[in-house]
Design a protein around this ligand. Structure first.
Ligand code: AHR
Length: 334
């Protein structure tokens, strides 16, 4: 028997002796069913949202690189922004009896059935980047990712200061490019932003529509916002940098100056946003860190080994304005 198996057996015996109520992913359950042999590489099934943004590409690369570094066998499936593809991928990971499943859910709801299937198969599930709404929180072990509500608040706090200095009187009309409908970042960022802008009744969201987190859609929706000439647009709030970058093109094509005629606040902090800020076309980006790979690999190991892990692990993030963009650009990792 290997040292790690001896360790698991000792923990399980101890838990039983103490009469502890064992969680579905407790050391005992793992030993009885999916115990992972220390001499075999751990197998992680990962279902990714898609390749919709610069952020997502950085996130996928971080996960692939970290798996290689950690000697973990990664089964990576791209869901192309479709929940049904993620459900299929998770079912296929269950059929393949992977050691652990991780996924970044396209949308928040509709996961109970497939997650129960994973739980019944005694395969632990880790959520990365985006959260789910489930009836039973024991359907996943842990969730690692950003606080999207706080990101929305940070964007709004910047805007309140901007409005004080740049629009001391009158209404401030905001157009909003939302992320994917029903996704956690779209719902949470909107909520955080609206919560904070209430402090200044002059700040009004006059139009709001999804651009699905992509440049092409961001441009298309911004063109439509600009064509409707009934209300002057003072500010664009984009739920991610890619949509902001698409919108910048639309603004320029409409003969306006982005970041000057229309202030632009967005979220992610990808290299493209820093380039846009350095070129004077974007005012600010709120960071959302996609480099989750190394932490995910450590979590996968810990969860499979039956070690206790926190239910929620939040990443630390900053806010970057145009005046620091040129200096920060060479330091950006994504
Ligand atoms: O879930 C994170 C979000 O998804 C990022 O802000 C966005 O760029 C991505 O597509």
């Amino acid at each position: 028997m290997t040292a790690s198996r001896r360790h698991l057996l000792a923990r399980a015996t101890c838990a039983l002796a103490l009469g502890t109520a064992l969680s579905p992913f407790s050391p005992f359950t793992l030993l009885a069913s999916t115990a992972h042999a220390a001499d075999k590489p751990l197998v992680l099934g990962f279902s990714q949202v898609g390749a919709e943004s610069e952020w997502r590409t950085a996130n996928s690369n971080s996960i692939k690189d970290a798996a290689k570094q950690a000697g973990i066998t990664l089964k990576f499936a791209d869901a192309q922004q479709k929940q049904e593809n993620q459900v299929k991928a998770i079912r296929s990971f269950i059929a393949q009896k992977v050691d652990v499943i991780a996924f970044s859910p396209v949308v928040e709801s509709g996961w109970d059935t497939v997650l129960r299937e994973a739980k019944n198969a005694k395969i632990p599930v880790i959520l990365t980047d985006r959260a789910v709404k489930v009836s039973d929180p024991s359907l996943y072990v842990t969730f690692i990712g950003s606080d999207f509500v706080e990101e929305g608040r940070k964007a709004a706090r910047w805007l309140i200061d901007w409005a004080k200095q740049n629009a001391p009187t009158g209404d401030v009309n905001i157009v909003e490019l939302q992320g994917t409908v029903g996704s956690a970042p779209a719902l949470d960022r909107k909520r955080g932003f609206e919560e904070v802008i209430k402090a200044d009744p002059r700040l009004k969201i006059v139009r709001s529509q999804s651009g699905d987190f992509t440049r092409a859609k961001g441009k298309e929706v911004m063109e439509a916002f600009l064509k409707a000439k009934d209300k002057k647009i003072h500010v664009l709030f984009a739920h991610n940098d890619d949509m902001a970058i698409g919108a910048i093109q639309a603004i320029e094509e409409a003969g306006l100056k982005p970041a000057k005629d229309i202030a632009i606040v967005s979220i992610d902090g990808v290299r493209g946003a820093f380039q846009a800020m350095a070129a004077g076309k974007l005012n600010v980006t709120v960071e959302c860190n996609p480099m989750l790979g190394p932490q995910l690999m450590q979590l996968a190991r810990d969860v499979v080994a039956g070690k206790p892990v926190a239910k929620r692990i939040t990443t630390e993030e900053g806010v970057f304005t145009a005046d620091v963009a040129a200096k920060e650009l060479p330091n950006r990792k994504y």
